[in-house]
Design a protein around this ligand. Structure first.
Ligand SMILES: [Zn+2]
Length: 345
């Protein structure tokens, strides 16, 4: 897969996760926005507090680095190769986007689609929290939203994330996912897409991408952040990242950062680079095509690693937090089932 879009001729509030050819997510209601504002202004969440303490610890400090050296550029390229090589070795490696597109449609009851649906159903509670934390972290790192009004926008955005309740498999969506305005609490997931993401890490990355579209929502609340991220990425890579491309890249950045935090918070004996690589492996394509709304898949990885050089370093050599990640940081990272079951479609 790749991620969402707002396409000419569609509703201005439509967004989503997509391959370089189709649409996905649409977003939330004005009523919810107002409720979220009232809620968030006066009640800082646990996740916002957790985010603050996490930032003090220096997590993701590389995302705020102003410099990007020639050595960093080499590191980024090496890390792309390492991530995509790991995908081939990893039994749980994600299927690349171009391969997904070449596959025939997959019935909802196909065992691989069912396994993917169960994964997608299990992960949203943890992923929603990680997305909220990541958005707050990025807003601070990029020195945005310092005013009360701006903070209110962020709080409303995170409340929209919390409102999502259901993952719905859909054959026709194939390798895409979407949220409809008439069902703002449901993410529709193509069955090919569900089957192609074979790991929790890959699924968290994609779910977080979709939730970030939802967070920005109809008011486009996160547009300033999207633009700031795109400017930095463009400056470091020379890529043209404007318009919808900025949003798609920013959603991907939240995706990989959320996946990285998920990895740090969940026990596993698997090597860290393998787990981290799963967050980007769906972009390890042979047919590296771009479109108006998206960087090409491989340029997406390139931009993500340029934005977060420490992530590239961890994938390349696992040096940052050790060869293995085994200790959950908080009891709250325990995965909790969705309140609503996955529905057949
Ligand atoms: Zn997207």
């Amino acid at each position: 897969m790749k991620e969402g879009t707002r396409r000419p001729g569609e509703s201005a509030t439509r967004q989503g996760l997509r391959l370089p050819a189709s649409p996905r997510l649409r977003v939330l209601s004005f009523t919810l926005l107002i409720a979220a504002l009232a809620f968030a202004i006066y009640l800082p969440t646990d996740s916002s507090r957790a985010q603050t303490s996490q930032r003090r610890s220096g997590a993701h400090s590389a995302t705020t680095r102003e410099s990007f050296t020639p050595a960093d550029r080499i590191l980024v390229e090496q890390a792309i190769g390492a991530a995509c090589a790991e995908r081939v070795r990893d039994p749980l490696g994600s299927m690349p986007i171009d391969e997904m597109q070449s596959r025939p449609s997959l019935p909802v009851g196909h065992p691989e689609a069912v396994a993917g649906a169960r994964r997608a159903e299990r992960l949203p509670p943890a992923t929603k929290r990680l997305v909220v934390e990541t958005i707050l972290k990025l807003a601070q790192d990029y020195e945005l939203y310092d005013s009360v009004a701006s903070r209110n926008k962020i709080n409303a955005a995170t409340a929209r994330v919390e409102a999502v309740r259901r993952i719905k498999p859909d054959v026709d969506a194939r390798d895409n996912a979407s949220v409809l305005l008439r069902e703002p609490r449901t993410i529709e997931f193509g069955t090919i897409f569900l089957a192609a993401l074979r790991s929790d890490e890959g699924m968290v990355s994609v779910l977080a991408h979709e939730l970030t579209h939802i967070a920005s929502g109809e008011p486009d609340s996160l547009r300033p952040l999207f633009r700031a991220i795109a400017r930095r990425a463009a400056g470091r890579t020379g890529l043209r990242i404007q318009g919808q491309r900025a949003e798609e890249l920013a959603c991907d950045l939240v995706g990989v950062m959320a996946a990285r935090d998920f990895i740090k918070q969940t026990a596993s004996w698997e090597p860290l680079p393998r787990r981290l690589a799963r967050a980007v492996e769906h972009n390890c394509v042979d047919d590296d095509a771009s479109d108006e709304d998206h960087l090409s898949p491989r340029n997406t990885i390139r931009a993500l690693f340029a934005l977060d050089v420490s992530l590239a370093g961890e994938i390349l050599n696992g040096s940052s937090i050790g060869a293995f990640s085994i200790l959950p940081r908080r009891a709250s990272t325990r995965l909790i089932p969705l309140t609503a079951p996955i529905g057949a479609s």
